[in-house]
Write a protein that binds this ligand. Structure first.
Ligand code: GDP
Ligand code: IMO
Ligand code: MG
Length: 409
């Protein structure tokens, strides 16, 4: 069975926590997109792990993880991450494989990324990890794939500096290399999780272009870049927060207004620990944008939604969510493509009553108070998809499964 988990907003929805949770029942975990721009957090008791490249199933001792064909891999970042895991007692050897079609991020791409940002009239606010450069080079057909590390003819075409860099890592990378299509054919009876990075609104095609990342972070990415085709995907799960966050620049219709909602913004940021895992930047915060969520649900054929961070609203008397936009006087109910429209969009908000109870100890749906259920029911009706899992804290056990995705429907 193949389950795809993607972010349904602008990233940082809690994909790492959810993939880690679901990985208990999986044999394989394949991360299909992005690179060291991602930061996926997993909390196990007092230990917190920030994963950038390694798939989120790695903390179980028996799971096989694969860095998929759509990923762009910075070997320095990868081996630093693996060393971090090893120093904390995670035995990863033999359990971290890399698709031989994945592309390599060279150190100079990081510099080029920063330089491009510095000269952009309207910077994107990239993570500076060389991601956009790596995907551009890939699209220009000048990229270096893992498989190319064994291709003397290809290596001979490179600049000395790049060749020397690759030579430093080839010996360690090549034993991890795998033909992902063949590997998944051999493991076709395994339960496999496909872990997305970033989110639907940061995807190069479905996102708020040009304020996006450069990879495929929508569900189709799992098919194009995860070693399977679209018809092999059994379910798509879309993870979203009870509110919305965004790091970097670009339109954000429900963003809290610093003058009138500054205190609310600080409250959400501090309670939800909304600081970037990769760059440490404070995340921009706003109410849940249901127009954007419904767009993500349809753009990705999301079968089931995963709601995270519901606990962050525990102490609020009331809160709101966006059900339409007003754009230059016109009411709009579908997520616009134009950045200008998105920038001009004023949210039409609907009020919800708070539950004023701590959800952190809830373990089943029956433990959830009525007001919170009403919020969830409204989301399901609006987004036209069931909320199958609700997360009420960052710990593994703070996860309420209403319907296990591993059951066939
Ligand atoms: P990802 O990039 O989608 O994996 O998400 P990040 O790890 O960047 O950010 C999510 C943050 O929220 C992390 O600090 C998680 O530990 C935390 N988190 C995940 N789920 C929940 C939840 O339900 N409630 C709270 N309060 N925190 C959560
Ligand atoms: P995870 O997987 C949130 C954002 C950056 C920037 C834009 C382009 O943790 O959800 P890039 O460096 O990719 O060229 O930056 O995309 N961005 C993310 N925001 N979560 C992420 O990953 C992100 N990866 C990239 O902040 O706005
Ligand atoms: Mg993140």
């Amino acid at each position: 069975m193949n389950i795809v988990v993607i972010g349904a907003q602008w990233g940082d929805e809690g994909k790492g926590k959810i993939v880690d949770y679901l990985a208990a029942d999986a044999g394989l975990i394949v991360r299909f997109s992005g690179g060291a721009n991602a930061g996926h957090t997993i909390v196990l008791g007092k230990e917190q792990y920030a994963l950038h490249l390694v798939p989120s199933g790695i903390l179980y001792p028996d799971k096989i993880t694969v860095l998929g064909s759509g990923m762009v891999i910075d070997p320095e970042a990868l081996f630093a991450e693996l060393a971090m895991l090893e120093s904390r007692g995670v035995d990863w050897k033999g359990r971290v494989l890399i698709s031989d079609r994945a592309h390599i991020v060279l150190p100079r791409y990081r510099e080029m990324d920063k330089q491009q940002e510095a000269t952009r009239r309207k910077p994107i606010g990239t993570t500076g990890r060389g991601i956009g450069v790596a995907y551009s080079v890939k699209a220009a057909r000048d990229g270096i794939r893992l498989a190319d590390l064994e291709d003397a003819e290809r290596l001979a075409t490179l600049e000395d500096e790049d060749r020397a860099f690759l030579a430093r890592y080839a010996e360690r990378l090549l034993p991890m290399s795998v033909d992902l299509v063949a590997f998944l054919r051999q493991h076709r009876n395994s339960w496999t999780l496909f872990e997305g990075a970033q989110g639907a609104l940061l995807d190069i095609d479905t996102g708020t272009y040009p304020y996006v990342s450069s990879g495929m972070s929508n569900a189709s990415g799992a098919a194009a870049q995860g070693g399977i085709g679209p018809r092999a995907i059994d379910k798509v799960l879309g993870v979203f927060k009870a509110y919305t966050t965004r790091v970097g620049n670009g339109p954000f219709p429900t963003e809290f207004d610093p003058d009138s909602q500054g205190a609310l913004c600080s409250f959400i940021r501090d309670t939800g620990r909304e600081y970037g895992v990769t760059t440490g930047r404070p995340r921009r915060c706003g109410y849940l944008d249901l127009v954007a969520l419904r767009y993500a649900r349809y753009a990705n054929s999301i079968d089931s939604l995963v709601l995270t961070h519901l606990d962050v609203y525990d102490t609020l008397d009331e809160f709101e969510a966006c059900v339409a936009y007003k754009i230059r006087g016109r009411v709009v109910e579908d997520f616009p493509t134009s950045v200008r429209d998105l920038n001009d969009a004023r949210p039409v908000l609907r009020k919800f009553r708070g539950w004023k109870t701590s959800l952190g100890a809830a373990r089943t749906w029956d433990d959830i108070p009525r007001e919170a259920r009403e919020y969830v029911a409204f989301i399901e009706e609006f987004a036209e998809a069931p909320v199958g899992i609700v997360s009420v804290g960052y710990e593994r056990n703070q996860t309420l499964v209403r319907e296990s995705p591993w059951t066939r429907s």
